[in-house]
Design a protein around this ligand. Sequence first.
Ligand SMILES: [Zn+2]
Length: 289
Amino acid sequence: MTGKSKRRTNRKSRRRDNRPVLIGAGAAAAAVLMLCLLAGGGKKLTVNTKEPVKEGPGISVLVGSGAASVPSIDSAASSFSVISEAVPSPASSVTPPPWHTPLERYFIDPDFWTGCPERNVQLLTPNDFSRPQTGIDEVNDIVVHYVDQPMSTAMQNRDYFESLKDGSRSASSHFIIDMSGEIVQCVPLGEVAYCSNHRNHDTISIECCHPDDTGEFTEETYHSCVDLCAWLCYAFEIGPEHVIRHYDVTEKECPIYYVKHPEAWEGMKRAIAKRYAEYEEQYGKRTKD
Ligand SMILES: [Zn+2]
């Protein structure tokens, strides 16, 4: 992933894709040594949305805590020294912010979340650099990335995005998949993440952790990525062929293993198509309106 798209819309009115998942926790201040983090620790609830869930207004909140120092996620080349984080009280976060997303039509459908893989929602604090709360125009593709930081965890990468709120470079991703297969969500689906260059305004981004420099995903990451991609394609009524690599957007070598091994990428796409077919079989076909 890389910096923000120059295209930034300003459709704002009301947020829907925001669930109460985490009630914040400790503020944290951490000095920058590699891989130190989670100074504060949050109380996390895992959200399993296998049952239909309506993400409506009036339920929002969350705000992760902790601080991280994973200085480079897929091209993010900055470093930072001290991170501090104010954790708003839950009571101050229950009012939806005044913005609007064109994707709202999806989120008001209680069936939208049917079949969503289990995810750990740890939304970033709204800020100009990693969560600007810009409404996403449309979802036309799902973009797969790798974090380019071997052995870093999903939460370390998420906390790195959080730390950018005080900085000057922009980066974020809707999802990060841990080497354990855990899916961490950082940005609501209705909002732009700064991950896929000029496609930020019409794509959902998924960063994947990896154990070494080859960038190959663990089996757990691979399966979670397949599930998540298939579900997103199903939920947004686009076919499974709409899963692409960052490489397909900018020719950047990301996710590097699946750029250098195109047969592995084709294999993953076949797995996504198979999983998508299972969604259709289990929950019925969806047609685009
Ligand atoms: Zn990338």
